[in-house]
Design a protein around this ligand. Structure first.
Ligand code: NAP
Length: 298
């Protein structure tokens, strides 16, 4: 039996693991894919205090290694269900486990564009991770969709690899930090296509064009691209646990700044309902959730 089981190996979960093991508790962390969550897909992180610049992947490995060095156990297993009680039962793709407290650090996954045939193009020119797939489009023309930090960072990253980048955003103002937007405006091979939404991806069998529509003029334009990178935000990965976690209408877990759902059940990181989702607020949540869990297990 474990004192604390953590579900999710992004920055929030890894921080909770670090705080849990450093408090002398037996901690197990489950991760279904790769460690680091969304940040692992970021080519460059420049706003994590104490580290001037690192790739998201490097940062994730540092966090994981740090928790492991203090004795955290890790398993690459998908958690299928959690049953509440004095002793929580955790069923995974490979077995059953018990813990006195569970911390949900479920993170988010990419929001899909909602276009017809979208799934058909995944891996055939449509990607949700510029950092992972950008190299396939060396010297090609691509479109990035979105106006947040991810989209603008993706456009900047791709501008060093690709011939031309269309940055397609549904408004004229950007949610992304203005310093990033200014940087992108200075790149000669990034064209801003604002007030525009994607309406259709074309090409057989791989992406050959993206049709976009200007929302103000209703005029459609066909961009001749080989790659489309969708970066239109995230959705929380909480659906499987809706029986045990209170969720808001967007699927985020409802819990206050104490990261406590109820005694023995905690939540941290981007899957929690909160105003600001950043790497720093994720690790902050991880600290709070683990501290609460440690106090509960005694
Ligand atoms: P985000 O900030 O939620 O931005 C999503 C963007 O997609 C917005 O511009 C939004 O437009 C647009 N969008 C949403 N739904 C759309 C749709 N159906 N069609 C077209 N456009 C749509 O997501 P994100 O950029 O992935 O960032 C997520 C969080 O991670 C943010 O808090 C961000 O600051 C953080 N982050 C941090 C770093 C870093 O360097 N530390 C890097 C990446 C991300 P509207 O603006 O019109 O709503």
């Amino acid at each position: 039996m474990y004192d604390i089981i953590i579900i999710g190996g992004g920055p929030a979960g890894l921080t909770a693991a670090l705080y849990g093991v450093r408090s002398g508790r037996r901690v197990l962390l489950f991760e279904k894919t790769g460690y680091g969550g969304q940040i692992a897909k970021s080519p460059l992180v420049e706003n994590y205090p104490g580290i001037r610049a690192a790739s998201g992947m490097e940062l994730s490995e540092i966090l994981r290694g740090q928790a492991e060095s203090f004795g955290c156990e890790f398993r690459k297993e998908r958690v299928l269900s959690v049953t509440d009680g004095d002793i929580k039962k955790i069923t995974t793709s490979k077995g059953e486990y018990e813990a006195r407290a569970v911390i949900f650090a479920l993170g988010t996954e990419e929001r899909m564009l909602g276009l017809e045939n979208e799934e058909k193009y995944v891996g055939r020119g449509l990607s949700y991770c510029a950092y992972c797939d950008g190299n396939f489009f060396r010297n090609r023309e691509v479109a990035v969709i979105g106006g947040g930090n991810t989209a603008v960072q993706d456009a900047l990253y791709l501008s060093d690899i690709c011939k031309k980048i269309y940055l397609v955003h549904r408004r004229n103002e950007f949610r992304a930090e203005s310093s990033l937007v200014e940087k992108a405006r200075l790149r000669e091979n990034i064209e801003f296509v604002t007030d525009s939404v994607p309406v259709e991806i074309g090409g057989t069998p791989i992406v050959q064009c993206l049709k976009v529509k200007n929302k103000l003029t209703e005029v459609e334009r066909e961009l001749s691209v080989n790659g489309v990178f969708a970066a239109i935000g995230q959705i929380p990965q909480t659906k499987e646990f809706s029986d045990i976690l209170p969720l808001d209408e967007g699927g985020y877990v409802i819990a206050g700044e104490d990261c406590t759902v109820r005694d023995g059940i905690y939540v941290c990181g981007d899957c929690r309902k909160k105003e600001i989702r950043q790497l720093t607020t994720a690790v902050s949540d991880g600290t709070v959730a683990a501290t609460k869990a440690v106090a509960f297990v005694g």
